[in-house]
Design a protein around this ligand. Structure first.
Ligand code: SAH
Length: 298
């Protein structure tokens, strides 16, 4: 049985709960150890910005025990940013102190649209056929990039959407560093700037070490290249050469690659300029594409 990878979601961290759930559901294949998707999402043909409200989800699963487990495990009863971070630590998603600290510093609630539950471990629609990634995906990417987000370093966030990760990067690289977001939907750039202004990263926006630009992220942002860290928040059919070129030797890029089935790739540029590529996990992100294609949903 094949499982859809969930939306910007990789669930190996939830294995302990899934093992318990396996007693109640036949949806979980026993051979799939690395990429266990959450059953309620994974069994549906997903559109990237599709999110079931909790109550509808309950009706669809029709299993109140399952519903309680689901609430317990996705954190939908969490109403504080610190609790969300604790929850992710508890499940072994966050293992690094720095990532926990920055995710505590930047409150996710300031970045999700009004009326959206901010701390549920799920991607949420933000309009324009885009989503804010699930908290555990943000945590995973921050951890993968952590060594390349030290004070003074340069970080590029392609497809910066809500600005959440750009703000996290800015806090990590500090006022001596550079955090650059590139997003091709001007409305999202404007709202991300408003979000950041309300957050703990506001002084960095003011002093210019954090900036978000309207642009085609496939071209990167040459002005502040080369980058120690590049994060791409949308799935590329192929790794854009401009991004590889803008990566510093010793730098790291994290990018989802693929169409419907995607891998989160970790690309390290070696000191001789060669690159090493590995796959971290299966994911599902919105596509890295042209603005028109995205707005038409194609
Ligand atoms: N990390 C962001 C993810 C947003 S979803 C967050 O968690 O908020 C991916 C984003 O990539 C969308 O906002 C989409 O508009 C943007 N995007 C897609 N293709 C792009 C391109 N070619 N250039 C710039 N941004 C792009």
């Amino acid at each position: 049985m094949h499982q859809y990878p969930a939306v910007a979601y990789s669930c190996r961290y939830y294995m302990p709960c899934l093992k318990q759930l396996a007693a109640f559901t036949t949806l979980i294949p026993h051979h799939c150890h690395r990429h266990y998707p959450r059953p309620h999402l994974s069994t549906l043909p997903l559109s990237p910005n599709f999110h079931l409200p909790a109550n509808l989800n309950r009706l669809l699963t029709g299993n109140s025990l399952f519903y309680r487990m689901e609430r317990f495990w996705s954190g939908s009863n969490i109403n504080k940013n610190k609790e969300m971070v604790e929850h992710l630590r508890h499940y072994g998603v966050i293992t690094s102190k720095k990532t926990a600290e920055v995710m505590e510093t930047i409150d996710r609630a300031l970045f999700v649209p009004d009326g959206t539950p901010p701390y549920v471990d799920s991607p949420m629609a933000i309009g324009y056929n885009a989503t804010i990634s699930a908290p555990h995906m943000h945590a995973m990417c921050l951890q993968l990039l952590e060594e390349n987000l030290k004070p003074g370093m340069h970080a590029l966030d392609v497809g910066s959407g809500t600005g959440y990760l750009t703000a996290c990067f800015a806090v990590m690289v500090g006022p001596q560093g550079r955090a650059v977001g590139v997003e091709h939907i001007p409305e999202l750039v404007n709202s991300s700037i408003k979000n950041i202004e309300k957050s703990a990263a506001a002084p960095l926006l003011k002093d210019g070490s954090l900036a978000v630009h309207v642009g085609d992220g496939r071209q990167g942002w040459p002005e502040f290249a080369p980058y120690d860290a590049i994060h791409v928040g949308a799935a590329a059919a192929e790794i854009p050469q401009a991004l590889i070129d803008q990566l510093k030797p010793g730098g790291r890029m994290v990018i989802p690659v693929g169409n419907i089935f995607q891998d989160l790739k970790v690309i390290d540029k070696n000191s001789d300029g060669s690159i090493s590529v590995r796959s971290e996990t299966s994911v599902r992100y919105v596509p890295l594409t042209s603005r028109d294609a995205q707005l038409q949903g194609s």
